[in-house]
Design a protein around this ligand. Structure first.
Ligand SMILES: Nc1nc2c(ncn2[C@@H]2O[C@H](COP(=O)(O)OP(=O)(O)OP(=O)(O)O)[C@@H](O)[C@H]2O)c(=O)[nH]1
Length: 642
C-alpha cells in the first residue's frame, strides 16, 4: 500500500482498499512470517502473529509519518491505549485488540493516568516517509516507570521485544539516559507498530517522544546543562551553609542544608538521576528512595521553618503544629522502606499541601507580629509556589512551553533556596545587631549602675572621712569645755616645741589654775563650777590668740601652748586673761554674782633654746605654784630658757 507523506507529524489513516484482508497483503505478511522473533516467548505465537499482522492492514490505524528533515516528534496524537487490569494479557492478544481498534486514543493526547493498577498497553504506528533507513530513539519521558516492555512489529511481521524501566538495571538501557528509551530501526516506506506494556507502582505517565540521534544529543546536552546549573546552585548553597554552620555554630544553617539536601534528593529521584548515578543496580532503591526522600524533605522543611521562625518563643501553637508534622514525617521516613510504595508516595504527596500551608500560615502570623526575617522567608516560598504554578499551567496547556516555563519548578525552587539563604543571612545579621544592642544597653546600664555606686561610695567615703575627722576632733576635745584635752596636748606639745626650735622661733607655755575652785563647787554646786570652767576656757582661747593651743590639763587647770610667742607676749596674754577673769562676774540664781580669780604660771624658751618639753612644763608648773603661794590671782614668769 502506498504511503503518502504530506508533512511532518501528519497523521493519516492507513486502510486496505479491499476493506477487510486483501490477498496481496496477506501474502506479503504470511510470506515473511516468523523472520525475526527475538523472544523465545514469541516463538509460541507462530502463525497467530502473522494473522494479527494481516488484520492490521485491514483495519484503519493512525500513522505518524517521519520525514527525513524531521528531528523530533511526540506520539501523543497517534497513541491509543488499553487497560489490562489483571496484567495477564500477552503481546499477541494486545496486538490483536489494537488491530481490532479496541484501543482508545489517549485522553487529550497525553498518556497520564495517575496511580493505577494492572498493566497499561499503548499502541502507536509510525512510518519512515523517507527513502533511506532511519534510526530514531523512542523516549518515555517519565523516569519512575517500573516495567516497560516494547514490542516492535515490523512490516514483514518480525516482532522484537525490549525491556526497560527501573525494575531492570540501568545498564540495560539503549542509551544511558535518565528516562527509559529504545532504538527504532526503520526501513523506508514501511510502517512500524509500537506496542508498549507499562506496569508501575508510580504514577502512570507515558509521554512518548521520538528523537533522531542528533536531536537527542542536543536535547540531552541542553537538559543536562539546565539540570547541572540547577543542582549546582543547590550544591553550592548546601556546602556554603554547611560551612556557615561549622563556623557560626548556628543550627538554622544546618537545618537549611538538610532542607536543601532533602528537596534536591526528591527532584534527583523524580528526574531519574538518583537511579542513574546513585544506585543504578538497585531496583529496590529506585522506588523506595522516592517516599524516603519526600519524608526527609518535609521533615527538614518543618525543622528549618520551626527554627528559623523561632516558633517555640514567638508562636507556641504554631510550634506544636510543626512538631506534630515533624513527628509524622520522621515516622514516615523510618517506615517508608517497609510500606507499600504507592501508599507511601500517596501519603507523602498528600502531606505536602497541609505541610506547606501550615508553614506559610505560621510565617504570615510571625511576620505580622513584626519578625522581619519572616517576610523574606515568605518571599522565598512565594518563589517556589510561583514556579510550581507555572509548571502546573504548562502541564494544563495554559502556558506555552519555553525554558522559563518548562523549568519553572526548578527555577522557582532554586530562587526559593537562594532567598532562604538570604533570609538566613538577614536573620543572622538581625540577631547580631539585636545582640549588640542588648550588650550595648547592658553595658550602658552597667556603667550607670557603676557610676551610681561609685558616687554613693564616694559620698559614703566622704561621710566616713568627715565622721572620722569629727571623731578624731571629738576624741581630741575636752567634753565639758570644748578646748583640747590632755591627750591632744601630750601629742602636740613636744612636736610644736621642736618645730619652733627648727624654725628658730620662740615658744611659751602657760598653766592657768582657778583659785579656790573647791569652794565654788562646795558653795554653788558642780553645775555652776562647770559653767565657770566653760567660761574660763572661752576666755583663754580669746586671750591666747588664734595660733595658740588651749587644752584642759586636768580638773580646774588649763595649759596654753603659744608657738612663736616670746616671754613678753606670753606674760601679756596671761595678764590679760587674769584681769578678764578677775573682772568677770558670773551671774547666779537669785540675782547673786560670783567672783573668780586665776593664777597663771608662764614658761618661755628663746628662739635658740635647747630645752626639753618636760622641763618647760615643769618650769611653768613651778611658776604657777609660786603664783599660788604668792597669794593667787597673779601671773608668775618662770626662768626663760635662752
Ligand atoms: N565643777 C567641777 N569641779 C571640778 C572639776 N574638776 C575638778 N573640780 C574640782 O576642783 C577642785 C580643786 O580643788 P583643789 O585642788 O583643792 O584646789 P582649789 O580649791 O582650787 O584651791 P587652790 O588651787 O589651791 O586655789 C575640787 O573641788 C574638784 O572637785 C570639774 O570638771 N567640774
Amino acid at each position: 500500500m502506498p504511503v503518502n507523506s504530506v508533512a511532518d507529524r501528519q497523521i493519516r489513516r492507513e486502510s486496505c482498499k479491499f476493506g477487510v484482508v486483501c490477498s496481496e497483503c496477506a501474502e506479503s505478511i504470511t510470506g515473511r512470517r516468523g523472520v525475526a522473533q527475538r523472544s523465545s516467548w514469541f516463538c509460541r505465537l507462530g502463525l497467530q502473529a502473522a494473522l494479527l499482522l494481516a488484520s492490521a492492514c485491514a483495519l484503519a490505524a493512525p500513522v505518524l509519518d517521519l520525514s527525513p528533515g524531521q528531528s523530533r516528534a511526540t506520539l501523543g496524537s497517534v497513541t491509543t491505549y488499553a487497560v489490562d487490569a489483571s496484567g495477564q494479557a500477552d503481546a499477541a492478544q494486545m496486538f490483536g485488540r489494537a488491530d481490532d481498534a479496541a484501543f482508545k486514543p489517549v485522553p487529550a493526547d497525553n498518556a497520564t493516568f495517575g496511580f493505577v493498577d494492572g498493566a497499561y498497553w499503548f499502541h502507536a504506528r509510525v512510518a519512515n516517509a523517507g527513502s533511506a533507513d532511519m534510526r530514531w530513539l523512542l523516549v518515555l519521558e517519565y523516569a519512575l516507570l517500573d516495567q516497560v516492555d516494547l514490542y516492535l512489529r515490523h512490516a514483514d511481521g518480525r516482532i522484537e521485544h525490549f525491556q526497560s524501566g527501573d525494575y531492570h538495571p540501568f545498564s540495560q538501557r539503549a542509551v544511558s539516559y535518565r528516562h527509559p528509551n529504545f532504538w527504532l530501526q526503520m526501513p523506508p516506506g514501511q510502517p512500524l507498530d509500537l506496542l508498549l506494556r507499562v506496569q508501575s507502582q508510580s504514577s502512570m505517565q507515558v509521554p512518548l517522544a521520538l528523537y533522531t540521534p542528533t536531536a537527542f544529543i542536543e536535547l540531552a546536552r541542553d537538559a543536562q546543562l539546565g539540570m547541572g546549573i540547577y543542582y549546582g546552585i543547590l550544591l553550592a548553597l548546601l556546602f556554603y551553609n554547611l560551612i556557615l554552620f561549622v563556623s557560626l555554630r548556628d543550627r538554622s544553617h544546618f537545618l537549611y542544608s538538610l532542607h536543601v539536601l532533602g528537596f534536591g534528593l526528591v527532584l534527583f529521584c523524580l528526574n531519574g538521576f538518583a537511579f542513574e548515578y546513585f544506585w543504578p543496580n538497585s531496583t529496590w532503591l529506585a522506588n523506595a528512595a522516592v517516599p524516603m526522600s519526600m519524608a526527609l524533605a518535609m521533615l527538614a522543611m518543618h525543622l528549618f521553618a520551626r527554627d528559623f521562625l523561632e516558633l517555640p518563643r514567638r508562636l507556641p501553637w504554631g510550634n506544636r503544629v510543626l512538631l506534630g508534622m515533624i513527628a509524622f514525617h520522621a515516622l514516615m521516613l523510618a517506615a517508608s522502606p517497609w510500606l507499600d510504595y504507592r501508599v507511601a508516595v500517596l501519603i507523602g504527596t498528600g502531606m505536602v499541601f497541609p505541610g506547606v500551608g501550615a508553614v506559610i500560615a505560621v510565617a504570615i502570623v510571625v511576620a505580622r507580629r513584626g519578625f522581619r526575617p519572616a517576610l523574606l522567608f515568605l518571599l522565598a516560598w512565594a518563589m517556589l509556589l510561583a514556579g510550581t504554578l507555572v509548571y502546573a499551567l504548562v502541564s494544563f496547556g495554559m502556558l506555552g512551553k519555553s525554558f522559563a516555563t518548562e523549568y519553572g519548578m526548578q527555577i522557582g525552587s532554586a530562587a526559593e533556596m537562594i532567598f532562604l539563604s538570604f533570609a538566613l543571612a538577614y536573620r543572622w545579621a538581625a540577631l547580631r545587631s539585636e545582640n549588640e544592642r542588648i550588650a550595648r544597653e547592658a553595658n550602658e546600664q552597667l556603667e550607670q549602675r557603676v557610676e551610681a555606686r561609685t558616687s554613693e561610695l564616694s559620698t559614703a567615703l566622704q561621710q566616713l572621712s568627715e565622721a572620722h575627722v569629727r571623731l578624731r576632733e571629738h576624741s581630741a576635745r575636752d567634753g565639758l569645755t570644748g578646748v583640747f584635752n590632755r591627750r591632744h596636748f601630750d601629742q602636740h606639745f613636744a612636736p610644736l616645741l621642736a618645730q619652733c626650735r627648727a624654725d628658730a622661733r620662740p615658744f611659751s607655755l602657760l598653766i592657768a589654775d582657778l583659785d579656790h575652785f573647791k569652794r565654788v563647787n562646795d558653795e554653788h554646786g558642780h553645775l555652776t563650777g562647770d559653767d565657770c570652767l566653760r567660761c574660763i576656757a572661752t576666755s583663754l582661747q580669746q586671750c591666747a590668740g588664734e595660733h595658740a593651743l588651749v587644752a584642759r590639763f586636768g580638773g580646774e587647770e588649763f595649759v596654753v601652748l603659744m608657738p612663736g610667742t616670746d616671754e613678753l607676749g606670753a606674760r601679756r596674754s596671761a595678764e590679760m586673761l587674769r584681769q578678764r577673769v578677775a573682772a568677770h562676774r558670773f551671774a547666779l540664781e537669785g540675782g547673786r554674782q560670783l567672783h573668780l580669780t586665776v593664777s597663771i604660771g608662764v614658761a618661755s624658751a628663746g628662739s635658740e633654746a635647747q630645752i626639753a618639753a618636760e622641763t618647760l612644763l615643769r618650769r611653768a608648773d613651778d611658776a604657777l605654784y609660786e603664783a599660788k603661794r604668792g597669794g593667787r590671782n597673779r601671773v608668775v614668769q618662770g626662768p626663760v630658757a635662752a
